[in-house]
Design a protein around this ligand. Structure first.
Ligand SMILES: C[S@@+](CC[C@H](N)C(=O)[O-])C[C@H]1O[C@@H](n2cnc3c(N)ncnc32)[C@H](O)[C@@H]1O
Length: 390
């Protein structure tokens, strides 16, 4: 936990609302970056958002912007449920908003912002496709008076990002860099009629005779990940299971292959990204050739690891763990997923994962489960399985 002090006041910020995630390592990382500080300093110097009207904040990581600007009743729009939960937590923990009963207004990336925004603050995401989709979606919420300011770390601000602002919004300029951060100023050009967002897109995976429907921010949006491919190629060796969780499901490819192997199994698709869950749903519907009904026994849960899952025990967890959360790299999330999987697996149930060899997941699994078997390995990846003995 740390204190962010700006012209808008001092606030305490944590990176996650989840107790298990609030480890020492996670808390040693700050919940804001120099781009947040630069943006807040610019807003204070220019008396924004005072008298500006509706404030929309996009991709605020842990609430640094929405909490600092709480007096202007912002709406925080993000694809990360973990980010929105952290922002809400920080908002309430700092007693922000007009009253305790007035929580931060949040909006999932898959929902539309209704009406016009007068000031839009965008933290530049790592994924160009997400920015493209967000700018295209944003156009219908802007007038020629809408002020749009982006903020990002120089290392993520390639020329192509600025070109997107130019192409979709209008005239764009950048500030000088400060502490390796920059601001982007874009003026809405109403004469531009940008094309609608191309997302979601359909991606054929010919070797497995499947297609996925991928939203802008989903993992491996353009083609099947090589780790996932390696994992799927070995799924035939899985013992039958009647209840399965696809943990960190992305577009749901692992769960869909499991459904094909075991058509009567109950499959729960879990991811913290709204676009991942939307992709998994759309991909499964594509596989089934129609809408999902209760008879299909498939559930979709937006959840930070298993925090929001219903806790029903399962026989099998499939997982290609994330190695970063937003812009932060580490094995914190993978270890949280392993710990929570152990709690939810039945006696004799198993977790099967794929990961880069260098991540040494076998150490964590062995420590936790008391056993860990290598199912397959190649130069880059390893597939591991651990059995739960309660
Ligand atoms: C390496 S990708 C795997 C996606 C998919 N299973 C595949 O194999 O293509 C990891 C996934 O974990 C998700 N993720 C990241 N942090 C998470 C968290 N805290 N809780 C749940 N899912 C998370 C990411 O959104 C991403 O979809």
């Amino acid at each position: 936990m740390d204190i962010l002090s700006t012209a808008f006041g001092s606030i305490r910020l944590v990176r996650s609302s989840s107790a298990l995630h609030n480890t020492k390592a996670a808390n040693n990382l700050r919940a804001w970056d120099a781009a947040d500080e630069l943006l807040l300093a610019y807003l204070a110097d220019n008396e924004l958002p005072k008298n500006t009207g509706r404030l929309l904040i996009i991709n605020d990581n842990f609430g640094a912007l929405s909490c600092s600007l709480s007096q202007y009743n912002p709406c925080s729009w993000s694809d990360s449920s973990v980010s929105l939960a952290a922002a809400k937590y920080n908002y309430a923990a700092n007693d922000l908003g007009n009253s305790p009963a007035n929580p931060l207004e949040t909006l999932a990336s898959t929902s539309d912002f209704v009406g016009n925004a007068d000031l839009v603050l965008i933290k530049i995401p790592k994924t160009l496709a997400l920015l493209e989709h967000q700018l295209m979606s944003l156009r219908k919420n802007t007038t020629e008076k809408t002020i749009i300011i982006g903020a990002g770390m120089v290392k993520y601000l390639e020329k192509s990002y600025l070109q997107l602002f130019e192409k979709i919004i209008g005239g764009t300029s950048v500030s000088l860099a400060k502490k390796k951060a920059r601001l982007i100023f874009s003026t809405v050009d109403q004469t531009k009629q940008p094309a609608p967002s191309p997302y979601p897109i359909k991606v054929a995976i010919d070797e497995f005779d499947l297609s996925t429907i991928n939203y802008a921010n989903v993992f491996s949006r353009e083609k099947l990940d090589i780790g996932s491919r390696f994992f799927i190629e070995r799924m035939k060796s899985l013992p039958a299971a009647s209840s399965i969780i696809d943990l960190g499901c992305g577009n749901g490819i692992l769960g869909i292959v499991a459904k094909r192997l075991y058509p009567t199994a109950k499959i729960t698709f879990i991811d913290e990204s709204y676009m991942a869950i939307a992709s998994a749903k759309a991909s499964l519907e594509h596989y089934l050739g129609g809408i999902i009904t209760p008879e299909h026994r498939c559930d979709f849960v937006v959840s930070n690891s298993l925090d929001q899952a219903n806790g029903e025990p399962v026989e099998l967890v499939l997982c290609n763990p994330p190695f970063h959360q937003n812009n932060t790299i580490g094995d914190e999330i993978a270890s949280k997923m392993f710990i929570q999987s152990k709690r939810i697996l039945i006696n004799g149930g198993r977790i099967r994962i794929v990961g880069n060899r260098h991540l040494n997941y076998h150490i964590a699994l062995k420590r936790l489960f008391g056993n860990c078997r290598t199912i397959a390995s190649n130069k880059k990846f390893v597939i591991l399985e651990a059995i739960n003995h309660c």
